[in-house]
Design a protein around this ligand. Structure first.
Ligand code: ADP
Length: 151
């Protein structure tokens, strides 16, 4: 018997989880695609955040639902606006890496007030997007903790 409380054990367990154990597949569009096509992709791929990449598949921007909604209000032709005009761009993008602690990614979501983070790795041309962590990832973890018999 370790003398640790149930809550201490749970907390220790959560602090061991790494990003790569929970990351989901990223959905990315190129900088040149139109706002119209980005909205279509968001529906088809059923995600709330799109990552924008250059020709080397490296991260250049992020598009949220509200970024696209904002642009849609008062613009007639969404097919003529490329996403690089409206996206949040590098270097102002909060990222995480596969070996980061999941709890650190959760702290970033809260402190930056965003829905998702790209999981990146270094490549010759910049940051390659290899995954995504979202608020849904955190909800799944919460459910998993209640069904995990090893706690
Ligand atoms: P929504 O805008 O739909 O509420 P978010 O809260 O995720 O969704 O996004 C808020 C703003 O932050 C948007 O302008 C978006 O482009 C930007 N954003 C989203 N994710 C990131 C990120 N990982 N790093 C920096 N900015 C981000």
């Amino acid at each position: 018997y370790t003398g640790k409380t149930a809550s201490e054990l749970l907390s220790e367990k959560i602090k061991k989880y790494k990003v790569h154990e929970f990351q989901q597949v990223p959905v990315a569009v190129k900088e040149s695609v139109s706002v119209y096509d980005a909205i279509s992709t968001m529906f088809l791929e059923d995600v709330g955040t799109l990552f924008v990449v250059d020709d080397h598949a490296c991260l250049t921007g992020v598009l949220s639902r509200k970024d696209l909604l904002r642009t849609s209000m008062g613009h007639q032709d969404l097919t003529s606006i490329p996403v690089h005009i409206i996206m949040t761009r590098m270097p102002n993008i909060t990222v995480c890496r596969k070996d980061d602690l999941l709890i650190d990614a959760a702290h970033k979501l809260i402190s930056k007030q965003i829905d998702g983070l790209p999981v990146v790795k270094d490549s010759d041309h910049g940051l390659e997007v290899v995954g995504r962590i979202t608020k849904t990832t955190m909800t799944k973890l919460l459910v998993e903790l209640t069904t995990d018999e090893n706690i």
